[in-house]
Structures are given as structure tokens and as C-alpha cells.
Design a protein around this ligand. Structure first.
Ligand SMILES: *Cc1c(COP(=O)(O)O)cnc(C)c1O
Length: 439
């Protein structure tokens, strides 16, 4: 069964929302002991910029931003006034639900990894002479012919498949996406429409990863994007921190000892929030406090953080949970052991969220700010009150002497997906949220 602390196991099994503080969190953790550095994030950023002209030519929606895939930083003062009247400081969202091309937080990481592979092939085969060459050459017939000899494979609960499938198909690669049981039909259809081969699995995400990895490994021309073990995904996700730093400065939102930044990020296998956590720590050090949000039915990273080594890692089934959640982007039973080891000392904590709250908050966001997001993307909204009102939250504030600066704090909720949700589905989400709010 499980070897974790019996009280924690009991708490998890009850499937009631709570805040877990990471006992290994070290607010002044030396960042030079980690397996990746700020330079790795800057390299990923530089790669995304080298490809920007090509991306702009492949995706007209990127023209305006010259091929950069970025989302807005938005103060949601209406929602703060109406829904969080007692929250001091400033409530904001990082609007990755509207990230172009992929429609979710998976855009930066997923596209970065495919571009790494694409760039390496192009250099190896002489399509590019060096990294200062004209990347628009990669849209040529000759380049597409080359890429069509290669396959890119990935396993997904939906959104990573969209990200990898869309960019790979646009570059001319063959693509296969292994979808786990929770993947929504429209996500599969969207990929098939672009010529992506979709393999449907009757099992959960971890099983789809194992199956996808095995099939890809058997074919030398196939490259597997491995969500459980990927520094390339991770550094791509981390680029968000560099962009956020700029956006905060532009909007004159300070982050320093007197102005702490609390960040709440929905979490599945851990890669996207882990990469952002890592990037934000590089950029803001002890002034940023990162908390992940997981469904009460799938707290795999919360569990993963209890393990001291990879072979100790447990799945949520081992504490009696079922991954039974409408948050398809977060429906993961087993965390990435690699990510958990990287963020061991830099993650402040994890809070769990009931499905009903996902719908309540996605409805409230739409009602007050006219912003529509998918259920997974609403998981961060219980964060600000968990930190400022729960017993564990108050303990954290006290431990880090944050009470005096709370009035100057920024609470940043990362809204992670939703752009491509069909109107019909979005209406159903809204209805369910409205009913819950009015009952
Ligand atoms: C994938 C995803 C996440 C979490 O990312 P992981 O890398 O799986 O932890 C959060 N929100 C949405 C909408 C996602 O699709």
C-alpha cells in the first residue's frame, strides 16, 4: 500500500481540500546546486527567438507579436472586489489560457522541445549552416521533405498532445499522439484534422506514457517527447519567468522584500509548474513563493514530494484515490520523479482543490472579468485564501515573516488553458459553475 506518513495519507484519502507546506522548502536555497541554470533558460528563450520568424510565417496569429508565443499579465480587480473582498494586495492572472498556437500552458515547453529536435536535425543535414542562419529556410519544400522522414511521438491527457501535434505537423513531421482515457473528443478531432495520428488508450496517463515511449523507442526515426523526464520541456516552460519579469516591470508591479509575489499554478505531472517554479526562483529568489494546485483526486506531485528517491515514488492509487476529476489537464496518477527532485527545496507547497470549486471559479472569472477558461485552469483560484486564511497558510506567512508585507503582495493565479474549448463545452462549464454558485 503506501509508506507515507499515515496522517497525510488519511488527509489525502479523505479528498478534502487542504494546503500542504513543503518541509524541505528553503527560501534561500542556493540555485547553483540544481541540475539546470539560468543560462539554460536563456538558451531556451534564445532558441524560441531564433525560430520566431518561422513561427510567424507558419501561424498568422503570431504576426502581431513577431512570432513570440506569449500571454498577458492581467490585474483582475473586479473579481478581487466581488469575490475576494478581504484579500489585501493585488490579484492578477497570467493568462496562459489564451496562449496562441496551443491554447494552453503547454505551448512554451512543448513547442520548445520540438524546435530543439527540429534545429538539431536541420544542422545535422545542412539545412541550416549554423544557428545564425535564416530559419525561414525551414519552411522550404526540401526541409519539409526531410522532416517527413521523422516522427514525433507524445503521450498526453489532451493539451500536451495539442501543443506537440500542432507544431510538429506545421513543420512537416509525422506525428503520433497517444491519448489517455480522459482526453476530450474535441482535442483528438482537432489533431486528426491536422493529419496527426491519434492512438486512443483505455488507460490512465502514466500507462499511455509507458506505451507511447515503448513504441517510439522501437523506431529509430521516432522522437519521444517524454513528459516524465524532459529538461527540454522544462526549460521551455521556465522561459515564462523571464517574460513575466518584464511584464511585471512594465506594469510597475514591484517584487522585492517589501512586495512578495505569491504564484498559484495548476499541476499535473509537474513539468509546467516545476519549470515555472524553477524560472521564477532564478529571477526573483526569496521574494517569490510558488504553490501548486492539484485536484483532490490527483495530488500526484504532493505525493511525489514525499519520496526521497525515484523508486520510492507512489501513485495516488496507493493512497486510495482514483484520478476522478474533470480537470483533464491535471488528471495524472504519478508525478515526474525528475521534476520532484529538481524542485525539492524551491517549492513552497501544494494545495488540493475540489472539482466543484474549479467550476465555481471558472464561472466567477467569466462573470466578473468576461474571461473564459477550462476547469484545469481554474485550480489556482483557491490559493490566495489558502495562504492568507488557513492554519497552514498562516504558519507559512509567519515562518517567512510575510505578515507585515501582505498588504503589498501580488497574488498571481496562473490560468493555464481554454482557448480552443468549443463554445458548446464552455457553455456547459459555465452552467455548472453558475448552479454551484447559486445553490
Ligand atoms: C498540463 C496542464 C497543466 C499542468 O502541467 P504539468 O506539466 O502536467 O504539471 C496545467 N493546466 C493545464 C490546462 C494543462 O493542460
Amino acid at each position: 500500500m503506501t509508506s507515507i506518513d499515515p496522517r497525510l495519507a488519511q488527509q489525502l484519502r479523505s479528498a478534502k481540500p487542504f494546503l500542504w507546506l513543503n518541509p524541505a522548502y528553503n527560501n534561500t536555497a542556493p540555485m547553483d546546486q540544481l541540475p539546470l541554470s539560468l543560462q539554460d533558460i536563456e538558451d531556451a528563450d534564445a532558441r524560441l527567438r531564433r525560430f520566431a520568424p518561422l513561427l510567424s510565417s507558419l501561424f498568422p496569429e503570431l504576426k502581431e507579436d513577431n512570432g513570440l508565443i506569449e500571454s498577458e499579465l492581467i490585474a483582475i480587480s473586479q473579481m478581487q472586489q466581488m469575490i475576494f473582498p478581504d484579500l489585501t494586495g493585488k490579484l492578477m492572472i497570467k493568462a496562459d489560457h489564451a496562449l496562441p498556437v496551443a491554447g494552453s500552458i503547454k505551448a512554451r515547453g512543448g513547442i520548445h522541445e520540438v524546435l530543439c529536435h527540429c534545429e538539431a536535425l536541420a544542422l545535422e543535414h545542412g539545412l541550416l549552416n549554423n544557428i545564425d542562419d535564416d530559419y525561414l529556410k525551414l519552411a522550404s519544400e526540401q526541409a519539409r521533405k526531410l522532416f517527413n522522414n521523422y516522427e514525433i511521438a507524445v503521450s498526453s491527457t489532451g493539451n500536451l498532445g495539442l501543443s506537440i501535434g500542432i507544431i510538429s505537423a506545421a513543420l512537416g513531421f509525422k506525428v503520433v499522439v497517444h491519448m489517455s482515457v480522459e482526453a476530450k473528443e474535441w482535442k483528438k478531432q482537432r489533431l486528426r484534422n491536422r493529419g496527426v495520428r491519434v492512438v486512443e488508450h483505455a488507460d490512465d496517463y502514466s500507462a499511455a506514457v509507458t506505451a507511447g515511449r515503448a513504441q517510439s523507442d522501437a523506431d529509430p526515426a521516432s522522437y519521444f517527447v517524454d513528459d516524465e523526464n524532459s529538461p527540454r520541456l522544462f526549460t521551455g516552460y521556465a522561459v515564462a519567468a523571464l517574460r513575466l519579469k518584464q511584464q511585471l516591470a512594465q506594469q510597475q508591479v514591484p517584487v522585492d522584500a517589501e512586495h512578495p509575489l505569491f504564484v498559484y499554478i495548476p499541476c499535473g505531472v509537474g513539468g509546467a509548474p516545476g519549470g515555472i517554479n524553477f524560472g521564477l526562483k532564478q529571477v526573483f529568489g526569496s521574494h517569490v513563493h510558488c504553490f501548486f494546485a492539484e485536484p483532490t483526486q490527483a495530488p500526484c506531485v504532493l505525493l511525489g514530494m514525499q519520496a526521497d528517491s525515484e523508486d520510492q515514488l507512489e501513485s495516488v492509487y496507493q493512497v486510495g484515490l482514483k484520478v476522478d476529476t474533470e480537470a483533464d489537464g491535471l488528471a495524472v496518477s504519478m508525478a515526474s520523479a525528475w521534476v520532484c527532485s529538481v524542485i525539492k527545496n524551491i517549492l513552497s507547497g501544494v494545495f488540493t482543490v475540489a472539482d466543484d470549486d474549479l467550476f465555481r471559479y471558472l464561472y466567477r472569472l467569466h462573470q466578473t472579468e468576461n474571461i473564459a477558461i477550462e476547469p484545469s485552469a481554474a485550480a489556482g483560484f483557491t490559493g490566495p485564501l489558502q495562504i492568507t486564511s488557513s492554519a497552514a497558510g498562516l504558519k507559512y506567512l509567519q515562518q517567512h515573516q510575510l505578515q507585515p508585507s501582505l498588504a503589498n503582495a501580488t497574488h498571481l493565479v496562473w490560468t493555464t488553458g481554454g482557448l480552443f474549448v468549443p463554445d458548446e463545452e464552455m457553455k456547459k462549464f459555465q452552467c455548472r459553475g453558475k448552479q454551484l454558485c447559486n445553490s
